[in-house]
Write a protein that binds this ligand. Structure first.
Ligand SMILES: C[S@@+](CC[C@H](N)C(=O)[O-])C[C@H]1O[C@@H](n2cnc3c(N)ncnc32)[C@H](O)[C@@H]1O
Ligand code: SF4
Length: 457
């Protein structure tokens, strides 16, 4: 039998597939969400889970001072800091709507500030926002609070204020340390800013400093990437997200501002990925899968090994909360049986809140089959193994087993009628393995869906 190289496999599986932070994935959600159905699902999940394990809270803070042209996040560029107070006031109104809906105090176990740039906001404003939320909540004794910080504008005051409010984990957007790459992506970020932000976080008492790096950005080369990774490793981040640059100019128009010819070729992008994996694992980091690396003693690595890892819209997490409440423009909430996303423009978000409504504009209520296949996808991405349920066998035979045969032939997993186990090689292709259980994609309920995802690698 002819053996296939990892390079050939990477090229073979480099197709548009989702990151599976949800199942069904967003393109299959309904634009006209049944708001009462969402409220019911949310209320039921709250009553079921709040006492037992607490809830997760995500706050989207959308402003940034300048546009990084590669960025695929929901953000609003402005240098006017006058926008902070109005935004926080509206977000707190949204909190109040949910707070009234649930009646009793939520137990906050996980809290993440994402963006945009949370550190765009003045520390005092962040304090006011969080104190207002904490005032009628209970903080879980095993809570884990984290935020995304931009190394250029995270100050010691931000770090101290958030530490005071229970935050112990910070994720810095490092992206790339090379000046040419930084120039073309419009993100000038001197290395001393990153070092200062890391040192200050450690001095302030944070026990986890994470880096986001991206491969596949314009002008990246093997040499430049090697330097970026080596300088990053010299700061000993606890976790590293090594993201594949997602080129989606149809939704992120800033990506049209650089010349596509400056993007690395598909072959070079694969080499950048291989280089990153090699350097991280040689430096002792554990490869969690889906772009994430962590020190072996880090809770993320331990959770993977002990089978208690979870995945939601915030990425991998060790907190297995079933209910995630997302507040702020474009935020997504997940009740376990339903998803809901908020309005994506500030104008629409403000307008819905002013009308006293929940600002959700699309979402999805999962049926029994969705819940079952969601479990399979979560198990693949969080544990690398799955046990099939008897009642799903017919559907699995039609849609998933033929795919599993191909994946097994390529050495990515072992399977039988009872379940599957991902091989170490298969960990590189988790997104593709999850896709074998994506019934919505397989049935093509939405003809244009494959256009809407970035490529796997
Ligand atoms: C909201 S941003 C991070 C916080 C902060 N605004 C910053 O830039 O430092 C979250 C992360 O998403 C990643 N990201 C943004 N756009 C991306 C894209 N097009 N492809 C891959 N990763 C992307 C970046 O690594 C970024 O750090
Ligand atoms: S990468 Fe961060 S700072 Fe840059 S535009 Fe996106 S959200 Fe804003």
């Amino acid at each position: 039998m002819q053996t296939i190289t990892v390079q050939e496999l990477l090229a073979r599986y480099d197709k548009p597939v989702p990151r599976y932070t949800s199942y069904p994935t967003v393109p299959f959600w309904k634009e006209s969400l049944d708001v009462n159905g969402w409220k019911d699902a949310f209320g039921k999940a709250f009553r079921e889970h709040n006492e037992k394990e607490g809830i997760s809270l995500y706050l989207h803070l959308p402003f940034c001072e300048s546009l990084c042209t590669y960025c695929g996040c929901n953000k609003k560029i402005t240098t006017n800091h006058g926008v902070e107070s109005e935004y926080l006031e509206v977000l707190l109104k949204e909190w109040r709507i949910y707070r009234d809906l649930i009646g009793e105090a939520p137990i906050i176990r996980e809290l993440h500030l994402g963006g945009g740039t949370p550190t765009f906001f003045q520390p005092d404003n962040l304090r006011k926002l969080l104190e207002e939320i904490y005032k009628d909540s209970i903080i879980h004794p095993a809570h884990e609070f984290s935020f995304e910080g931009h190394p250029n504008n995270t100050t010691r005051e931000h770090l101290d204020t958030l530490y005071d409010l229970g935050f112990r984990r910070v994720s810095y957007g490092v992206q790339d340390n090379d000046p040419d790459v930084q120039r073309i992506i419009n993100r000038l970020q001197p290395l001393e800013n990153v070092r200062r932000a890391v040192d200050q976080a450690r001095e302030a008492g944070y026990n986890s400093v994470n880096f986001d790096l991206i491969y596949g950005l314009p002008l990246q080369t093997i040499d430049k990437m090697k330097k970026t990774i080596e300088t990053s490793l010299s700061m000993h981040p606890d976790r590293i997200a090594f993201y594949s640059y997602a080129h989606v100019p149809w939704t992120s128009r800033g990506q049209r501002l650089f010349d596509e010819n400056d993007l690395p070729s598909a072959d070079l992008k694969l080499d950048l990925l291989k280089l990153g994996r090699e350097l991280f694992t040689t430096a002792g980091y554990f490869d969690i899968g889906m772009d994430h690396f962590a020190r072996p003693e880090d809770d993320l690595s331990l959770a993977w090994k002990e089978g208690r890892l979870h995945r939601n819209f915030m990425g991998y997490t060790t907190q297995r909360t079933a209910l995630l409440l997302g507040l702020g423009v474009s935020s997504i909430s997940d009740s376990g049986t339903a998803f809901a996303q908020n309005e994506k423009t500030l104008h629409d978000y403000y307008e819905r809140i002013a009308a006293g409504e929940l600002p959700v504009f699309r979402g999805y209520l999962l049926d029994k089959e969705d819940r079952s296949f969601r479990r399979y996808i979560l198990d693949i991405s969080c544990r690398g193994e799955v046990e099939f349920k008897e009642e799903d066998l017919e559907t699995l035979r039609t849609y998933s087993f033929p795919e599993l045969e191909k994946l097994e032939a390529d050495g990515l997993l072992h399977w039988n009628q009872k379940g599957l186990k991902v091989t170490p090689l298969g960990r590189l292709f988790i997104r593709n393995i999850c896709a074998a259980f994506d019934l919505h994609m397989a049935r093509g309920r939405n003809g244009a869906e494959s256009q809407k995802f970035s490529k796997a690698i």
